[in-house]
Design a protein around this ligand. Structure first.
Ligand code: SF4
Length: 343
């Protein structure tokens, strides 16, 4: 197949083993699994690369039996630049990207279940504790488990009882427990909006299509819960009738991605090219460390969107800011004490 050979020439195995092998696997999956393929396009840099790889193999010519559905899930709080980028991609590759609205858009999800705080996993544990009327006591696991018998996993997180050095323990998030004991959250926290705005709608669409494979642009190197949830680039369906999952870029390093984009002339959305975003997703999501920068950028780009984000995530922003101040204050106190004891 000439297109595949061309990609092998462009990305020789010796110099670019990750890219070369990704093309081999992509070809195999398009050849044998793509009767009804769902390809999730987020408008972010990784999905740009994934889309370019698929189109580089010329599916219409080389896999005429493949039914490829490109789809974008609209969470209800999206940058105009992302929507524009989808149009640009459609034009560039001559494809249609289906737009699917969230079952529960983020604004409604946050109202219904609570606001996201720090990360998906932390929000889940806090949500569970809140549902059981937890009073944020700093007591041993056995005592708390006796008092709140129906939220064992969340209590193990709170009490650092997942084992010494476990990544899951609350102590992995510096001073979070101390902060929460002194400042219990006064608003509901949850990762429910992710489920309602992304997961549910993607699952429904996969069922509707009877998808044989689901391709997503996740890279191991990006870290975070999304990437660490997987060990490899491929997952077999867990039961009959489910789609296999393929992550063509899973082993791409940052350099691989950069090199790929240079060689193939892949251009990302204005959020990256003009505003220096490192990743995209729902506008100004409180997860991660960059929401302040995102808010600033959103003020310039889309002031209505920035106002909406403040309205939807306001309590989570305030709580995160208070936590950051708490950490900074403790750090300053620790330094001052160190100096005093030195003298
Ligand atoms: S990325 Fe953030 S705002 Fe978007 S659905 Fe997930 S938690 Fe909610």
């Amino acid at each position: 197949m000439e297109e595949l050979e061309r990609m092998f020439e462009l990305f020789p195995e010796k110099e670019y083993p990750n890219i070369n092998s990704a093309f081999r696997k992509l070809h195999a999956n398009l050849m044998f699994r793509s009767e009804r393929a769902m390809v999730s396009i987020s408008g972010g840099a990784d999905s740009d690369v994934m889309l370019d790889m698929i189109q580089a193999l010329n599916p219409a010519k080389n896999y005429p039996f493949a039914e490829i559905h490109f789809v974008w899930f609209d969470t209800g709080i999206e940058y105009t630049a992302t929507k524009q980028h989808l149009k640009d991609l459609e034009e560039k590759y001559g494809i249609t990207i289906e737009r699917k609205r969230a079952k529960t858009p983020v604004p409604l999800g946050c109202k219904t279940w609570g606001q996201p705080f720090i990360s998906k996993q932390i929000s889940q544990y806090i949500s569970r504790l809140q549902a059981h009327g937890f009073q944020w006591e700093d007591e041993p696991f056995e005592v708390l488990y006796d008092r709140y018998p129906n939220c064992k996993a969340a209590l193990r997180w709170w009490c650092n009882a997942f084992g010494v050095g476990s990544m899951v323990n609350i102590e992995r998030c510096r001073l979070l427990k101390e902060f929460m004991v002194e400042n219990p959250p006064q608003f509901p926290i949850s990762d429910g909006c992710c489920k309602g705005a992304k997961k549910d709608v993607a699952n429904d669409y996969m069922k509707e299509l009877k998808a044989t494979i689901n391709m997503v642009g996740i890279r191991k190197a990006e870290g975070g819960a999304r990437a660490t949830a997987y060990n490899s680039c491929f997952s077999e369906p867990s039961k009959k009738g489910e789609a296999a999952k393929f992550r063509p870029l899973f082993y791409f390093t940052d350099q691989d991605k950069e090199f790929y984009c240079q060689r193939r002339g892949v251009v990302h959305s204005d959020l990256y090219e003009k505003y220096g975003f490192k990743r995209t997703g729902c506008a100004c999501c409180p997860f991660g460390s960059r929401f302040e920068q995102e808010l600033q950028a959103a003020e310039q780009l889309d002031s209505g969107l920035a106002a909406a984000a403040k309205n939807i995530f306001g309590a989570a922003y305030e709580y995160t800011r208070a936590y950051r101040e708490f950490k900074a204050k403790r750090e300053a106190e620790r330094k001052a004490q160190g100096q005093t004891s030195l003298f």
